[in-house]
Ligand binder design. Structure first.
Ligand code: C2O
Length: 536
């Protein structure tokens, strides 16, 4: 194993897209930022230097951070932000993971422009469990606002209303051909291929608020890995990918040489106005007649829940001898969490009320010092450990919601004993608007043992759980008006954030944290913090 050194300078640089220029916070002057490349078992040291006027912090999304919670990155959860002019050394080892992940800013909406891919190749001499591709490419999907993204979310939080939707989607930073304007031309992302070669596409959804469909005209993908866990290979022509999720897929250039459209489009069930613009790229065969006409593809509809579920339901762990699925079979903590959006009174807001996100009717309030520090140094008054194991208000997705939509504000964590086995059912409440919630858990991978529409039924649904080869992920879709059940072992001491990866929902408070620490020393407790841990 090696030690890999990176330096991430967070800087402001002017970018011109959609005919308008804005100072943009990016890493090393790039959008998307640099890819982090390593092999399984390598140690990664990233010095993050803050050269902008904002507080920053960076999260290594999906990296397990076994016993290195101080390097996880979410501001006010595991660290205070890195202040202007300061730096912090993130230090972690890539344990038991190979594939693609992403890194991104983790304070307010910084991740809109501060993000990039993490590529973890298998250990030297260990082959992929699928035919070796001829080439590897990463495809980082994002969203672009003409306005300053901090202004967009600040304005929304002030008014209590939803933020303005983005102006375009990006493919590796390219805006694509549809937004033509006289003052600037937009290059189109192009994937050059040679006929009959196989490409491993490492697809990352780094968008802020949009779940996406991804297609290439006339081509099929073989999905081989999601969230840095191998899957049983399966073929599909449509990839569904939520913010925070990553998908590795093999693409065989097996068509007549020519030009084929790459398309991404939004998936969202909410009856709100969204930017349903489709962004395009191109697959271009090197040996094709360049004059040949472009082959197009149709995309699933904005509300194509069936297309979303078709993709998700096809995912299975590889579960081979070398890469077994270790699903916890007996459960110590059985939790039932509702996730949704409610309304709280707000005297200074536009309508006298504000939209709030909640888990179990609790809207998480960010503390002013990190929860991990407060726990480690026993600073009282920062958080409480009374996060409810069940919703505070009863609800019925299929019937009328009778209780108030208002939520309780608090900085509450749920305490899990070290090594406890956990089953967590996440139920979408869809009270204000039906939406699917891509929910991300820091510090763990989990198995998705079940999923369904309507109300979760504890007497019937567990009978159908897949305890053999469920897919292993770090970000799970809680489907619109439905539920997902996950299982994991609490084998990582620390404070671990869990939140909806639609950033607007996180801003509204759809977040909570688990605290794992037995107070028993070496393996069961949190290590001391590094010396350069930022101060609040
Ligand atoms: Cu990718 Cu807490 O986020």
């Amino acid at each position: 194993a090696m030690v890999r050194h990176y330096e991430f300078k967070v800087v402001t640089k002017n970018f011109t897209k959609l005919c308008s220029s804005k100072p943009t916070v990016v890493v090393n002057g790039k959008f998307p930022g640099p890819a982090l490349r390593a092999r399984e078992s390598d140690t990664v040291l990233v010095r993050v230097i803050n050269q902008v006027q904002y507080n920053v912090s960076i999260h290594w999304h999906g990296v397990r951070q076994l016993r290195t919670g101080w390097s996880d990155g979410p501001a006010y959860i595991t660290q205070c932000p890195i202040q202007p002019g300061q730096s912090y050394l993130y230090n972690f080892t890539l344990t038991g993971q190979r594939g693609t992940l992403l890194w991104h800013g983790h304070i307010s909406w910084l991740r809109a422009t501060v993000h990039g891919a993490i590529v973890i190749r298998p250990k030297k001499g260990t082959p992929y469990p699928f035919p070796k591709p001829d080439k590897e490419k990463f495809i980082v999907l994002g969203e672009w606002w003409k306005a300053d993204t901090e202004a967009v979310i600040n304005q929304a939080m002030k008014s209590g209303m939803p933020p303005n939707v983005s102006d375009a989607h990006t493919i590796n930073g390219h805006i694509g051909p549809i937004h033509n304007c006289s003052s600037s031309s937009h290059s189109t992302y192009t994937l050059n291929v040679e006929q009959n070669k196989t490409y491993l596409l490492r697809i990352v959804n780094a968008a802020v608020n949009d779940e996406l469909f991804f297609k290439i005209a006339n081509h099929q993908f073989t999905v081989v890995e999601v969230d840095a866990s191998y899957t049983k290979p399966f073929k599909t022509d449509t990839i569904y990918i939520a913010p925070g999720q990553t998908t590795n897929a093999l693409l065989k250039a097996d068509q007549v040489p020519g030009k084929y459209l790459i398309a991404i489009s939004s998936f969202m069930d909410a009856p709100v106005t969204v930017d349903n613009l489709t962004n395009y790229g191109l697959v271009r065969y090197k040996t094709g007649q360049l004059g040949s006409s472009l082959v197009l593809t149709a995309m699933p509809a904005l509300n194509a829940t069936a297309s979303q579920l078709n993709f998700i339901n096809a995912l299975r762990s590889l579960n081979s001898k070398q890469y077994p699925a270790n699903v916890p079979l007996s459960i110590d903590h059985s939790l039932f969490f509702t996730v949704g959006v409610g309304v709280n009174p707000c005297s200074t807001c536009l309508n006298g009320s504000r939209l709030v996100g909640d888990i179990n009717n609790v809207t998480f309030i960010m503390p002013t010092i990190s929860v991990l520090q407060a726990h480690y140094y026993k600073i009282s008054g920062v958080f409480t450990d009374d996060f409810p194991a069940n919703p505070l208000a009863s609800f019925n997705y299929t019937g009328n919601f009778t209780s108030s939509l208002a939520t309780l504000n608090g900085t509450k964590v749920y305490r899990l004993p070290f090594n406890a086995t956990v089953q967590l059912v996440l139920q979408d409440t869809s009270i204000i608007a039906p939406e699917s919630h891509p929910t991300h858990l820091h510090g763990f991978n989990f198995y998705v043992v079940g999923m369904g529409r309507g109300n979760y039924d504890p007497s019937k649904d567990p009978k159908n759980f897949n305890l053999i080869d469920p897919v292993e992920r770090n970000t799970i879709d809680v489907p619109t008006g439905g539920w997902s059940a996950i299982r994991f072992r609490a084998d990582n001491p620390g404070v671990w954030f869990m939140h909806c990866h639609l950033e607007v929902h996180t801003s509204w408070g759809l977040k909570m944290a688990f605290l794992v620490d037995n107070g028993k020393g070496p393996n069961e407790s949190i290590l001391p913090p590094p010396k350069d841990l930022p101060k609040c």
